[in-house]
Structure formats: C-alpha cells, structure tokens
Design a protein around this ligand. Sequence first.
Ligand SMILES: Cc1cc2nc3c(=O)[nH]c(=O)nc-3n(C[C@H](O)[C@H](O)[C@H](O)COP(=O)(O)O)c2cc1C
Ligand code: SF4
Length: 447
Amino acid sequence: MGKQLLLENINVQGISTLEVYRANGGYKALEKALKMQQSEVVDEVKKSGLRGRGGAGFPTGMKWGFIAKPEGVPRHLVCNADESEPGTFKDRFLMQNKPHMLIEGMILSSYALGANVSYIYIRGELLYVYHILEKAIQEAYDAGLLGKNILGSGFDLELYVQCGAGAYICGEETALIESLEGKRGNPRIKPPFPAVSGVWGRPTVVNNVETIAATVPIILMGGDEYAKIGIGKSTGTKLISACGHLAKPGVYEIEMGLSTEEFIYSENYCGGIKNGKKLKAVVAGGSSVPILPAELFLKTAKGEPRLMSYESLADGGFATGTMLGSGGFIVLDETASIVKNLWNFTRFYHHESCGQCSPCREGTGWMEKVLHRILEGHGKQSDVDLLFDIQSKIDGKTICPLGEAASWPVASAIRHFRAEFEEYVNHPEKIKDVKHYYNMRNLQPTA
Ligand SMILES: Cc1cc2nc3c(=O)[nH]c(=O)nc-3n(C[C@H](O)[C@H](O)[C@H](O)COP(=O)(O)O)c2cc1C
Ligand code: SF4
C-alpha cells in the first residue's frame, strides 16, 4: 500500500467526531496555516502540484491565483460535494467518515483565498452525509474553529452546507452556483469564469471535496514534499472508487503512478476480477470518460504499462487512451454487454440534460432511442454509424461539458467494440435478458 494521506485513521473509532479527529492530529494543519501569510498558503498549494480531483485535473494553486480581488468585494470558496457521476463515490466516503478533514481544509483554503463566507454544496440524495457535516460544523463552531477570530488569528469564517435536490448537472460548477443561489441548476455561459463572477456575482473558487481535503496534508508536510509523491505532473495521492466485477470493490487511496494492473489485480487493492473471470473493459474516470478494452487499459498502444496518472491514462489521446477524470473505476468482466452498459449511461445523460442546448437535449435522447432499438432486436445496419454521427454533433457544441460526457462513451464504445454492436444488429436472436433488465428496474421500454 502507498501513503495514506486522506484515508489515514479512517478506521479509528469515532474519527468523525472533533475529539477523536483532534486526538489523531486533526486541525494541526489549520493551526500551521493560520500562522502563515495567506499568500504562503497559496504558494504551498502551488508547489504541491495538486490538480483538481473533481474531474478536469486543473492545477489548484493556479486556479486560486486567478481569483479576482476587487476592493471591498467579498470572495467565496465553494466545495463541490455533488458527486453524482456514475461510478464515483469517493467524496461521500471521505465526508461520511472524516467530515472534519473537509472542514479543516475548507477553513485553511478559505483563509488562503481571503473568503469569510464559504459553502459546501452537497448532493440531495446524500442527506445523511449532510447531517454528519452539519453536526461536525456545529462542533467546530463550539470549539472556536469557525466563526469569529478563529484560534485567535483574527480570521473569521462562516461555513454553510447547502443541500441540492439531486441533479447531476448541479455538479457542473456554474450550475452549482445557480442552484446555490436558489435558481434552477442551468450552467452559465463562460466567460465570465467563477473566479471573476461566481456566487452572487462575486469572485468564487469552486473545488472538489478531495481537492480541499488534500490541502490538509499539503500544509502539514509542505508542498515540496507532497510533490515528491506520485509521478510527473500527477503529484500526490488519489482516491479511487472502484466498482463493477471486482473481487474487492471499494474506495482506495493510491499514490499516483501505480500501475493499472497492480491496482486491479493486487490483493492490496481490488484483488482481481470476481469469480476468476477475465477483464473485458474499464471505464476509468467515471461514466463520462472513454471506455477502454482490457488490453489498452493495462498497456498503452506503445506497449508500456499503463499507470494511474493523468498523463498515462490519457496516453494515445481518444484513439487508444482515456482520462483519470474523477477516479470512478467501473470494471466490466467478459460477461458484460458493452451495448447494454452504454444504453444505461446514455439513458442517464438524457435524463440529466438540463435542456438548454439542442445538441445535448435532443442528441442524448436520440442516442438512447437508437441504442434501445438495437437492444430490443430492431437495430438497423446503419444504426452504428448513425450513433457515431449523432455523438459527433454533440461533442464540443454545447454550453457545458455534459454534452461531451454523453458523447465520449458512445464514440469510444463504437471505436473499440464495433463488432459487438454489429453482432446485436445482425443477430438479434442472440440478444438475451434485455426485458429482464428493464423489469429489474421496473422500467417500461420506450417505443
Ligand atoms: C456535468 C458535470 C458534472 C460535474 N460533477 C462534479 C461533481 O459532482 N463534483 C465535482 O467536484 N466536480 C464536478 N464537475 C466538475 C466541476 O464543474 C468543476 O470542474 C470542479 O468542481 C472543480 O473542482 P476541482 O478543480 O477541485 O476539480 C462536473 C462537471 C460537469 C460538466
Ligand atoms: S450541454 Fe446539456 S446539460 Fe450542459 S448546458 Fe447544454 S443542455 Fe444543459
């Protein structure tokens, strides 16, 4: 096992309480940060090379450096705890078990950004985590870690948790901001970016839960030390939520640079494929990223071992590579149907599209219909090309990246598993279990 910077002490009984968290070194990073200049805290984060863990991997220190500082205008830090990406459940795990780590990260990051009012926006379905956070925040207020003059430093912070109603699109940062302001969660056109005009039109930084939690070990150990962990521009550790046909699904903390093979097969991590089956494909970064067949997931097209890093997973571009994304690993064994899996994803994106852009609103529904008719045994010879064509008309032509999130899985599934689609079209008599699949979810096939 590699270093456990985030999941350390996760199994200590009572670690979700302030008392036990503090007894295990909690809030030491905050004490240290509050004795530093705000700009020094930002510099440590810059030196660490930390990249946003919400999906895009944008350098956090650089993002913090972009925040506008107009005279007399308040700034805000917003923690994105929406986590609705299929296959991703790492933030929930961290918040549920170590809520004070997120709160500590929020306080020191707000200090670095000069924000005196900050928010955690949490997905509606995670109501029980909302209550855990509320309890932990109250403990922090009672101990003088939130509110006025935190630990005698002169720094004030009010921290609020806002519960969404449960929409995937509210994880997109500008939709999140709209929702936080009490409006329908429709993404905004950028620019202006939140760093200039975010919550209430004020300069705002939006960061993922894991990103904010990672500032705690960064301040404790120093940015340079943190940057020594990992590989190349993928520094530090990363939480991976691994699900699907695995012997040991779960949330793991890996050091960046671990090989994908070790992650899947080692007993320290996923323990191999369930029931000794063969690995067929992996969706490595949450449902939005391109799917890779086993051979390209384990080795790059150049034959080099594939590593768990932003660069290695992207090696080969979209032709033979993918993305680390949010670290939501969905693992499929040899019995899995790529077409059914894709229909499931596409149905999700159609349902979650906010409807502002025609290519996304119409295209996701159209792709769902075509996939559905293929699965029902009524596929046409031209359907595979039609699907590819529809996704290409969404990619890059929408207000927010949900359009791409819907199109990339379709493009990559066809690119790597075209023969499977053609088999469904040419031999509908071989299609099994589709009705059963609908029934399991109490769904009615659409016409
Ligand atoms: C449709 C959609 C859903 C998203 N959902 C999340 C989410 O649940 N959590 C998250 O941190 N980022 C999500 N993002 C990315 C955010 O827009 C934003 O980039 C991120 O919160 C920035 O934080 P980071 O720099 O710490 O990664 C989503 C993006 C899109 C387009
Ligand atoms: S791409 Fe889809 S989700 Fe994003 S703004 Fe357009 S319609 Fe809404």
